[in-house]
Design a protein around this ligand. Structure first.
Ligand code: GLN
Length: 539
């Protein structure tokens, strides 16, 4: 067991969306580069037990971990940067904290005392933070506190940081991320919002150790000194975080600003001489020097909302870098695709991805998009609902069962090619009750999938209720759609591939949750490659 786990807190002030997740992930990357093991956790101040029941308009994509937790999308960044799987313990909400405390109270564990925010809620928050340190696996636990200091909801979390900082002394550091706005009229960067934000922290008893300043312009020394002086931190601990071309530049920018060294010094950890970021730098070099450019159509219903498909976008960045290809992702609104306009809407694309989703809105457009790529032999990747659409399209247009559908959308369809599994039929609670997390999948040799993964046993993450209906398996195989991936425990269809097509694959799982900088996902690497080849053929 590692006795001296260091706890790093990342809080935010002035504005939301400053990129606490990216700063936390970048710090993790740098500490890993120096040989430390790190995990990152997100504490979310909202009352939902988890983001699983939130629609993407609220908080963007719901990310899923190996052990089936439905989490905030920041956990995706943590995994993509650190290449370390997260778990249930890495995302905790106020709702979860209160649920735990109330359950304990009902069990009589508080022995008749009055249950209060301090100490019971804060003790529970502390327990959820320390659980990660107590695994003995990590030298550093980085805890990102969602929201902005001063929010009513954040109070118990900041109070917990105050207590832990007091208890842990040098085994703890607090990083506060703020915004230093540039006022055009004055031609100046302004430090006042940062000063006020730190004051708000101080009112709650927490003195940040390191201040990371998000800015559109470089901070000159004078500005850094001013922030240091007014916010009681040393000059070295005022870190500039300037706008970057890509989020993947941030670890390198933080390396130049020595954020890792500031953290190591504060936690009295000797600074290892070597910082190995070769892998990362290679990734960036390939990303920034593409040999060709392609355009992939992303057909979904949340096109105006980039965060709704966050992991898919990032997987294309990884797959693009692996192929030295710049991938432009064009979002196409599935609700606007019709039989009449599909040729025009999908013209000029080198590949089409049909996105995951829930409910019937836009589904006919997705099915039409699948027909178009099947008939025109354009590379296709269907993910979850996207795979289900491919199955529906095949049943309708190749097996000629025109009323085929998923029972999620048409419960009375005579041809339920996608249907609820028996064990889902009795489910009443919507939260956390889907088929979630990592499941085995056995691949058929000589399939496209087998060629890409290079192995016959894989594990992928799921998040869905409906499944391919096994009654259609034989008809699919006989008519040109191969079933190439099966979950061996439950005999569920996980992958379908069109035989007479250069690259057509539908997967019931979510490959995008497993793609990282270090290990770009084979399906995305293969898809980008196939789209590149298609692009060449069109010239
Ligand atoms: N709505 C579908 C289901 O529940 C697909 C879900 C998804 O795409 N993640 O099975």
């Amino acid at each position: 067991m590692n006795k001296h786990v260091k706890y790093i807190f990342v809080t935010g002030g002035v504005s939301s969306s400053l990129g606490k997740g990216i700063i936390s992930s970048s710090l993790a990357k740098l500490l890993q580069g120096r040989g430390f093991s790190v995990t990152i956790q997100k504490l979310d101040p909202y009352i939902n037990i988890d983001p699983g029941t939130l629609n993407p308009y609220e908080h963007g994509e719901c990310y899923v971990t190996e052990d089936g937790a439905e989490t905030d999308l920041d956990l995706g960044h943590y995994e993509r940067f650190s290449n370390t799987p997260t778990s249930q313990a890495n995302n905790v909400t106020t709702g979860r904290i209160y649920q735990n405390v109330i359950e304990k109270e009902r069990r009589g564990e508080y022995l008749g005392t009055t249950v209060q925010v301090v100490p019971h809620i804060t003790d529970e928050i502390k327990r959820c933070i320390k659980i990660l340190g107590e695994t003995g696996k990590y030298d550093f636990v980085i805890t990102e506190i969602g929201g902005t200091v001063g929010d009513i909801e954040s109070f118990p979390f900041i109070e917990t940081v105050r207590q832990m900082k007091w208890e842990l002394e040098n085994d703890c550091a607090v990083i506060h991320l703020t915004l230093v706005p540039y006022l055009k009229a004055a031609g100046e960067l302004k430090t006042k919002p940062t000063q006020h934000s730190v004051k708000t922290m101080l009112e709650q008893g927490v003195q940040p150790d390191i201040i990371v300043c998000r800015t559109e312009h470089p901070l000159n020394d004078g500005i850094k000194r001013k922030i240091a002086q007014f916010c009681n931190v040393s000059h070295n601990n005022v870190i500039e975080s300037i706008d970057a071309e890509t989020i993947y530049d941030v670890p390198l920018l933080m390396k130049d600003e020595q954020l890792d060294i500031a953290v190591l010094r504060k936690t009295q950890t000797p600074v290892p001489e070597q910082l190995d970021l070769k892998n990362w730098e290679n990734f960036i070099r390939r990303l920034k020097n593409p040999k060709q450019e392609i355009t992939i159509g992303l057909v979904g219903k949340y096109v105006e909302l980039k965060d709704a498909y966050k992991s898919i976008h990032e997987s294309f960045v990884h797959g693009g870098s692996a192929n030295e290809t710049k991938v432009h992702v064009k979002s196409i609104h599935s609700e606007r695709i019709t039989k009449e306009n599909v040729n025009e809407k999908l013209a000029g694309l080198d590949g089409i991805l049909v996105a995951p989703g829930f409910g019937g809105r836009g589904i006919e457009g997705k099915i039409e998009a699948v027909r178009y790529v099947r008939e025109n032999k354009i590379p296709f990747l269907g993910i979850c609902l996207g795979m289900q659409c491919a199955a529906i399209e095949f049943t309708r247009n190749v097996l000629k069962l025109e009323e085929a559908h998923s029972t999620e959308i048409d419960p009375n369809t005579p041809y339920p090619v996608i249907d609820l599994m028996e064990d889902q039929k009795s489910v009443k609670d919507m939260g956390g009750s889907m088929r979630l997390g990592s499941y085995d999948c056995e691949l058929k040799k000589d399939s496209l999938a087998y060629g890409l993964y290079g192995t016959n046993m894989i594990k992928e993450r799921h998040r869905h209720r409906y499944e391919f209906n096994n009654e259609y398996r034989i008809r699919f195989e006989e008519n040109g759609m191969s079933i190439t991936g099966i979950n061996p425990q439950k005999d569920l269809v996980e992958i379908i591939e069109l035989k007479d097509h250069p690259w057509f694959i539908g997967v019931q799982f979510h490959p995008e949750y497993k793609s990282t900088v270090k290990q770009p996902h084979p399906l995305f690497v293969g898809f980008v490659k196939a789209a590149g080849e298609y692009h060449q053929r069109q010239k």
